[in-house]
Structure formats: structure tokens, C-alpha cells
Ligand binder design. Structure first.
Ligand code: GLU
Ligand code: MG
Length: 438
């Protein structure tokens, strides 16, 4: 049959979904400069699809402009059309960045980090560790981390790894996880904006691979209220202008350099409110419950998979500073990586600017403490619901500065409309609904 190649341009939007428009690949040179038209209310499309509420109405035009560095062209050699897409920025018709562009939120956060560190060329390196359920594997008890579970994903894993490489991102690991039919993929670290672009590509290539095999890769935060959640953990570290690691100091508490401590303390300081951006769905708060290796407190823990911020281990004695990284665990795939990483960096930059400090390292395990002792050790409970998280974000002056008043208003309105739309659903129905979406 005859066919002509098509290309898609998208952004990972407020719903954490990649949405955009397509055109003939033959028009790519022109589209690389002029993008494709959008309207302001496009950003108000709920995870469920409909625009429940919008301050923009039906008015206005914007452009979605592809960034050439994000090019994905993956021929799966299965006879079907190749995956061809670009990620991009939302611009006004004058070519200026639109104030509600998710990708620019991250770009502005990186600029704030640069400013806070005295323009010494400090860069943030990040690697996303993402969990999902693969519907092509048969659920079996006892399959947690099992070789048999690894085998039962069939050819998915190997096709997925090849697709990631063909898409220009480097996989670090692929493994069977704790949950039913749950797998995890981690990428090699990348700098700044590229780390978030790579995280979007990481999700989309899993979905594309599963689709071609007649299945789904489901990244919803949790699929069953009694089950195990899918986290999107963000590993990060700081580098100087010569690419040397600057977050590690073996002699200091938490092995964090002074700069590293300030950054992490900023994240901790803003954490309860940050959850509204990084764990932004109603079901995210079903995941954030005890006994799931998911965080329930805003705290820092050394090699603790129950902590919100985990100081990761160093393996062996070589290149400790190179290996050293910190993991932010309060995130899931309902969040756009641009907003999640952006919020993390805004908070870290604020920590540096205000020279924030971490609480002293606790002498006993966080989990052996009473709630009062945890609070005395600097811990605070994470929000229990999206509504609670959104109220914290709305009350945060810092968030108003990060987003800008207009974008924050849009974000809160968007998320509150989503909550409204699912009001009254049981937890099981909520999980089922979000599993269909993500
Ligand atoms: N599934 C857990 C979560 O929801 C994380 C398990 C792990 O430590 O990788 O975050
Ligand atoms: Mg995991």
C-alpha cells in the first residue's frame, strides 16, 4: 500500500501526557522554524481528555515549536510506520516563550540554579528511574524481582532497549520489580533539560514498544489500591563547569558538600508543597502510603527506600564522588518531567540562595521513632491527598515566583478541575480510570 511519512510534535503537558499535532515529514524543514498552531486551552486538556475548565476560552493562537535535539525516529522494523516525533516549546505567535510552557518552566529553573550558584557553570545531572506495569506479562505470585518474571516479559525488554538507543537515549538498567507485572527502567544521567526530554522519550518508547506487541506499558501511579505503586524516581547530582562532581564530601553529614546540602535542604524545605507538582494525580496519594517502599514523610534518609529524599549508596571505593547521587522519590508519571524536575531544581536553587541547612543526621532509624520524634528530627508528613497538596502549593510564595502568578493560577485551576471530575469515585475505580490513561 502507498504511504507517506508523518511527524508528530508534542510537549509533555500539565497532565503529564505528550500531546501535540502532526504533519507530513516532507514539511519538516519549514516546521522546524514555524512549528504548528495550538490554542491556549490546549494546555487545559485534562488527563481524562475533556477541558473541564479554562481561563482561556476558545480564544488565541500559539505555536508548538519542535526542538531539533529531541528528534526521535525509530523504525521498529515490524512493517508498521516508524515512531517519528519531536518535543518542543510553546511559543506565542511573536515567537516568545509562552508563560505556561512546561518545558520553559524547567529552563527557567535551570537559570535560577545558575544564578543561585554565581554563574559558575554549575549543571544538574539527572537520571529518571521509572516503574510501569507491562500487560504482556502473566501475573504470577512470587514473581517479585524473579528471573521468571524477567523472562515472562518475552521480547519486550530487548525491543525496548533497542528502541531507546535508536531514540538517542542510553538505558542503564531494566528489571522486574516488586509489583504484579511491574518492571523498571533507568536511564544514564543527562544534563538539565535533556534529562527531562529523555524521561519523556523513556516513557513513550515503553508505550510504543508495548503497543507494537499488542500490549500496554502502564505508568499510572498505582493500579490497585491494595497493590504496589509505580514511582518515577529522580536521581540527581551537581557538576561544575569542568564537569567535576561538586555534591560529594565524605567528611560532611550525609556525605553532602556544603553546596549539596543547601540544594537538598531547599528540596526538603519545599517538599510538602512540591508534591502537588511531582505527585499530581488523585491516585498519587494512594501510592504514597506505608509499606510500599514509597515515601510517606518529607524527610531525608541515608540509603532508605522509605524516605522522600534518599542519599544513594556508593558501591566500592572507586570514583565515589562520580557515583554519588541523591534520589527524589515523591514523583510519579502523572507528572510532566519538565514540571517535576523543574520544581525540584527551583526548590534546590532556593536552598542555595537562602543557605538552607539539613537537620542533623538522626541517631536512630526514622522508622523506629514516634511521630513526635520524627517531627523533632525535621520530618513532616506528606500530604494525604491531591487536594491537600494543592492547598500547600497555593499557599507557597516560592511557588508563585517559580511558576509566575498566571501559570500557577492555571496549574491550580487545571488540577482542581481534574479532582472535581473524579469526585465520588471509589479508590478501586480511580485506580482503574488512571490505569487507562497513563
Ligand atoms: N515502587 C516503589 C514506589 O512506588 C519504589 C520501589 C523501589 O525502591 O524501586 O516508589
Ligand atoms: Mg524500583
Amino acid at each position: 500500500m502507498i504511504s507517506e511519512p508523518l511527524v508528530f510534535i508534542g510537549t509533555c503537558d500539565l497532565a503529564g501526557l505528550v500531546r501535540g499535532k502532526g504533519f507530513p515529514a516532507a514539511d519538516l524543514p519549514a516546521r522546524l522554524t514555524k512549528g504548528i498552531g495550538l490554542t491556549h486551552s490546549n494546555i487545559m486538556m485534562s488527563p481524562q481528555g475533556p477541558i473541564y475548565d479554562t481561563p482561556f476560552g476558545t480564544l488565541g493562537d500559539l505555536m508548538l515549536a519542535p526542538d531539533e535535539s529531541t528528534k526521535v525516529e525509530v523504525d521498529f522494523q515490524d512493517g508498521a510506520a516508524a515512531e517519528r516525533f519531536y518535543l518542543g516549546d510553546i511559543l506565542t505567535t511573536d515567537g516568545a516563550v509562552w508563560e505556561c510552557c512546561p518545558r520553559d518552566f524547567l529552563r527557567r529553573a535551570l537559570a535560577a540554579l545558575d544564578q543561585a550558584t554565581g554563574q559558575r557553570g554549575i549543571a544538574l545531572l539527572a537520571a529518571f528511574e521509572q516503574e510501569f506495569a507491562y500487560t504482556g506479562a502473566e501475573p504470577r505470585p512470587g514473581a517479585t524481582y524473579a528471573l521468571d518474571a524477567w523472562r515472562r516479559q518475552g521480547s519486550f525488554g530487548e525491543i525496548y532497549m533497542a528502541a531507546l538507543r535508536a531514540a538517542g537515549v542510553a538505558p542503564d538498567s531494566f528489571l522486574p520489580e516488586y509489583g504484579s507485572c511491574q518492571y523498571e527502567v533507568t536511564l544514564a544521567p543527562e544534563r538539565g533539560l535533556r534529562a527531562a526530554d529523555a524521561a519523556v522519550i523513556q516513557r513513550e518508547m515503553a508505550r510504543a514498544t508495548a503497543h507494537r506487541l499488542g500490549h500496554r506499558a502502564i505508568f499510572a501511579p498505582i493500579l490497585d489500591p491494595a497493590g504496589i505503586g509505580n514511582g518515577t524516581h529522580i536521581h540527581f547530582s551537581l557538576r561544575d563547569g569542568d564537569d567535576a562532581p561538586v555534591m560529594y564530601d565524605a567528611a560532611r553529614p550525609y556525605r553532602l558538600s556544603a553546596l549539596g546540602e543547601q540544594f537538598v535542604a531547599g528540596v526538603l524545605h519545599h517538599l510538602p508543597a512540591l508534591a502537588a507538582v511531582t505527585a499530581p494525580s488523585p491516585v498519587s496519594y494512594i501510592r504514597l502510603r506505608p509499606n510500599r517502599w514509597a515515601p510517606t514523610w518529607a524527610n531525608v534518609g541515608v540509603q532508605d527506600r522509605g524516605a522522600a529524599i534518599r542519599i544513594c549508596p556508593i558501591f566500592g571505593h572507586d570514583a565515589a564522588a562520580q557515583q554519588f547521587n541523591v534520589e527524589y522519590r515523591v514523583a510519579d508519571a502523572a507528572a510532566s518531567p519538565y514540571l517535576a524536575l523543574g520544581a525540584l531544581i527551583w526548590a534546590g536553587a532556593d536552598g542555595i540562595r537562602n543557605r538552607r541547612a539539613l537537620p542533623p543526621m538522626p541517631v536512630k532509624s526514622f522508622w523506629d521513632m514516634s511521630d513526635d520524634e520524627r517531627a523533632a528530627a525535621g520530618g513532616r508528613g506528606l500530604p494525604r491527598s491531591l487536594a491537600e497538596a494543592l492547598d500547600l502549593l497555593a499557599a507557597s510564595d516560592a511557588a508563585r515566583e517559580w511558576f509566575g502568578a498566571a501559570f500557577l493560577h492555571v496549574y491550580l485551576r487545571f488540577k482542581r478541575a481534574e479532582l472535581n471530575a473524579v469526585e465520588g469515585l471509589s479508590e478501586a475505580d480511580l485506580c482503574a480510570r488512571y490505569a487507562e490513561i497513563y
